[in-house]
Ligand binder design. Structure first.
Ligand code: TPP
Ligand code: MG
Length: 341
């Protein structure tokens, strides 16, 4: 199916979100390597296209919820990288006052309601948020991001059922990164094990509209589907399920993530440098940031424009690190603040 290409400005803005996500994750790796950031975390490298295109389509009143691979969604929605990094370091100026860390990121000021690292756990929360929007008669929708693993969880099926029955304003976004995943059996990070090979069959059973992008880096197609799905949700026509399929980033194969492909070199997209190292194949064929950069260059965007954009984003990340490091740890006297009981 051929569809209209997006205008150049929208494509560039989606790319800006993608590059911001990438540079943030590289900063996270740097903080971890320096021993400043401790504990486990998950990164969004290799999946930026879907999140960036969805977030580009989202309006200011939309509500967002995410899963353990949430950094990209948060920063792509516009969360301040300094406050994000402060949160990851457990500092008082973090988005959640240092209480949540990487796995519970939220930013209520942006409608980013919740991250749940419980696989599939976000689906009922997001569906409840959609019910709330419906009750308030708001012309907004919920976007719920989750991985393919979520489709092994019973609460996701219950959520689909309720959302379809009540025509709730919600877009479920399944980021299927299982292509090339080695999974636990292969000694790597958990990957989904599902009896169905076509995830869209699950929401379809409930009469939910489905769209699948076998090329999960098709930012035009995902953006256009997002616009349509959000409109359908706001019109009271019910939920949509969008699946984006991506090849798993080598750095997300091990139990602890590693910056397997190094700092992203836009020079590879400019053609002034060849991809190198053990994962040169992934860099050349699957890196979404380089792919969209190449597409933009082919469409006439100048190398200087991309260089300037990257420079601005890198400076933003440097300032974010300074902000996070300058932020104090929470005062122990506040340890029981913000508790329900
Ligand atoms: C209910 C539950 N079971 C198991 C885990 C451990 N776990 C963390 S991530 C993960 C794999 C999730 O796969 P997927 O949702 O596809 O996300 P991906 O890591 O592939 O992006 C598992 C099993 C968990 N967090 N929650
Ligand atoms: Mg997965």
């Amino acid at each position: 199916m051929t569809r209209a290409k997006l205008d150049a400005d929208t494509r560039l803005r989606i790319f800006e979100r993608m590059l911001t996500m990438r540079r943030l994750e590289e900063t996270v790796f740097d903080l971890a390597a320096r021993g400043i950031m401790v504990g486990h975390f998950h990164v969004y490298i290799g999946q930026e296209s879907a999140g960036a295109a969805m977030l580009q389509a989202a309006g200011p009143g939309e509500l967002l919820l995410s899963t353990h691979r949430n950094h990209g969604h948060l920063v792509g929605r516009g969360a301040d990288p300094g406050r994000m990094l402060a949160e990851f370091l457990g500092r008082a100026d973090g988005l959640n006052r240092g209480r949540g860390g990487t796995l519970h990121g939220t930013d209520r000021s942006l409608g980013f309601l919740q991250t749940s690292a419980v696989v599939g756990g976000i689906a009922p929360l997001a569906t409840g948020a959609a019910y709330s929007l419906q009750r308030q008669r708001r012309q907004d929708a919920v976007i719920a991001f989750f991985g393919d693993g979520a489709l092994e969880e019973g609460c996701v099926f219950e959520s689909f059922n309720i959302a379809a029955l009540w025509k709730l304003p919600i877009v479920y976004v399944c980021e299927n990164n299982s292509v090339g995943a080695i999974g636990r059996e292969g000694g790597g990070y958990n990957s989904s094990v599902n009896a169905t090979t076509q995830f869209t069959t699950i929401p379809k059973v409930y009469g939910i509209e489905t769209r699948v992008h076998l090329d999960g880096n098709d930012i035009d197609g995902i953006y256009l589907d997002a616009v349509e799905a959000l409109q359908r949700a706001r019109n009271g026509e019910g939920p949509t399920f969008i699946e984006a399929v991506t090849t798993r980033w080598p750095g997300s194969q091990p139990l602890w993530p590693v910056l397997a492909t190094g700092i992203t070199r836009l020079e590879v997209a400019y053609g002034t440098e060849a991809p190198s190292g053990e994962h040169a194949g992934w860099i050349a064929d699957h890196d979404p940031v380089l792919r969209i950069a190449r597409e933009l260059l082919a469409e006439g965007v100048g190398i200087d424009t991309l260089k300037a954009l990257d420079g601005t984003i890198r400076q933003k990340m440097d300032r974010a690190v300074d902000f996070a490091l300058a932020s104090p740890l929470p005062d122990p006297a506040t340890a029981t603040d913000y508790l329900f009981a």
